[in-house]
Design a protein around this ligand. Structure first.
Ligand SMILES: [Zn+2]
Length: 441
């Protein structure tokens, strides 16, 4: 059996982690201190392209019990996207600013050092965390003394120094922006320098991260079997689409396995994980009844992951579920009015439907919820109406003047990383040796 994702994963070399004990990084100490009981703790689950129009019928059919339970007890609504581009939206969710303000506007960005006369010079580079011009939630929380765990979020490579940890996702390149993709969403590459912060992040023994990666790979293969079981064109015209979807399942499952373990071992005040697979499968398969069923089966897998993540956090944790845009079926087309949000917790006004928010509402609302002063420079204010009257009276919004600007720069090592990953993708037949995307047969 031709299995691109196996090849991809087998081709990854192994990150050997040392468990070096307590060390200081910048101003942060590892391991992070235990979260205090004083403020709300948050589990934020980002699910790219999740849409109530797809979710609600599945809730009624009893196919996604964990999301059903969340929604039943939550304040929820729809989200208007601030961009038509996923990395831009997720960065807006994390910063509270518009893409033109935070600087992550697409999957790739022009290489500032591009030289058209130099054949080795590459015009496009994958967007990176260094290109972001605004502080993200994890920067603000870290500065305010809260701990964070960030896993798989868009455009977070190289991993940033935070009070806690970050498992960044490497390389998200796009067909449209650079003509040069094909991974689309970021991936966990165990041998990438700066992929993990702090570098000595250990999970009990030096092989744990590799083992979790292997576990994620195996669960992703099982997911592939399940999602495509009985799929009529599995060996035919759509076989390439299946191959192109496997890597997204693997990325989700690897981030999920690592994230769940980190949640258990190193609880933080704020923990966020990002899952890309629904968006990818929506692009590849939606559009007919049988294809929509493929999408629904992956919703079931996402629902299981959500249930397992919730099962390992303390009961008083506020759970936030969010997408960046919706998916209109059949099509599929992105629905930029149809993203979702949901907050569930004791402080939340359960059953409240806020109708519509936008991607910029998350950051001030999350800061407010966690008892952190809200910077006055943010374009939006907290969505206080999501919370109980009494809780709002006890927790008035506090505002603060603070700079949210950040010095942006090109990725630290530029083309050597790009060339290596492009070569891997080229070896797998995703792109040509020049980096141009290739039609897969
Ligand atoms: Zn998206």
């Amino acid at each position: 059996m031709k299995c691109s994702i196996c090849l991809l994963l087998v081709s990854l070399s192994i990150l050997v982690l040392c468990n070096c004990g307590k060390q200081a990084h910048d101003t942060y100490v590892w391991p992070p201190p235990t979260p205090s009981e004083e403020h709300a703790k948050v589990l934020f689950i980002g699910v790219d392209a999740a849409d109530w129009d797809n979710i609600d019928p599945m809730i009624q059919q009893g196919r996604i019990p964990n999301i059903a339970a969340l929604k039943r007890d939550s304040a929820w609504g729809t989200q208007k996207s601030v961009s038509d581009n996923s990395p831009a939206i997720w960065t807006s969710i994390a910063t509270g600013f518009l893409p033109q303000q935070h600087g992550i506007e697409a999957f790739t960005a022009e290489n500032p050092d591009y030289d058209p006369n130099d054949s080795d010079s590459k015009r496009f580079l994958s967007v990176s965390s260094t290109m972001r011009k605004k502080k993200a939630l994890w920067n603000i929380l870290s500065e305010q003394g809260r701990t964070v765990g960030i896993v798989g979020w868009f455009a977070t490579w190289p991993a940033e120094a935070v009070r806690g940890y970050m498992i960044s996702s490497y390389a998200s390149l796009d067909v449209n922006q650079g003509g040069e993709q094909l991974t689309g969403k970021g991936t966990f590459y165990a041998d990438r320098p700066d992929l993990v912060y702090p570098p000595e992040l250990g999970l009990g023994d030096s092989n744990t991260l590799r083992l979790l990666m292997e576990k994620g790979k195996n669960t992703a293969l099982a997911t592939t079997e399940r999602v495509f079981a009985g799929y009529p064109e599995r060996e035919g015209a759509k076989a390439w689409q299946i191959n192109e979807t496997k890597w997204a399942f693997a990325a989700d499952d690897i981030f999920f396995q690592i994230g769940k373990r980190l949640l258990q071992e190193y609880p933080t005040d704020f923990f966020a994980i990002y899952l890309a697979g629904l968006d990818v499968i929506g692009h590849r398969f939606a559009g007919s009844l049988e294809d929509d069923e493929v999408l629904r089966r992956y919703y079931e897998r996402v629902d299981e992951m959500i249930g397992e993540l919730i099962s390992v956090v303390p009961k008083d944790t506020v759970v936030v579920l969010a997408s960046d845009h919706g998916t209109a079926l059949p099509g599929p087309t992105h629905d930029y009015e149809g993203g979702i949000f949901l907050y569930r917790g004791r402080c939340v006004e359960s059953g409240y439907c806020a109708m519509q928010s936008d991607s910029l509402d998350f950051l001030p609302t999350l800061l407010y919820l966690m008892g952190v002063p809200v910077p006055t420079q943010l374009p939006k204010k907290p969505m206080e109406m999501l919370f109980h009257d009494q809780w709002r009276r006890d927790n008035p919004t506090r505002f603060v003047e603070m700079t949210l600007d950040r010095k942006a720069s090109a990725p630290p090592t530029g083309d050597s990383y790009r060339d290596e990953i492009f070569k891997r993708l080229s070896d797998l037949g995703y792109i040509g040796s020049d980096g141009q995307s290739k039609k897969l047969e």
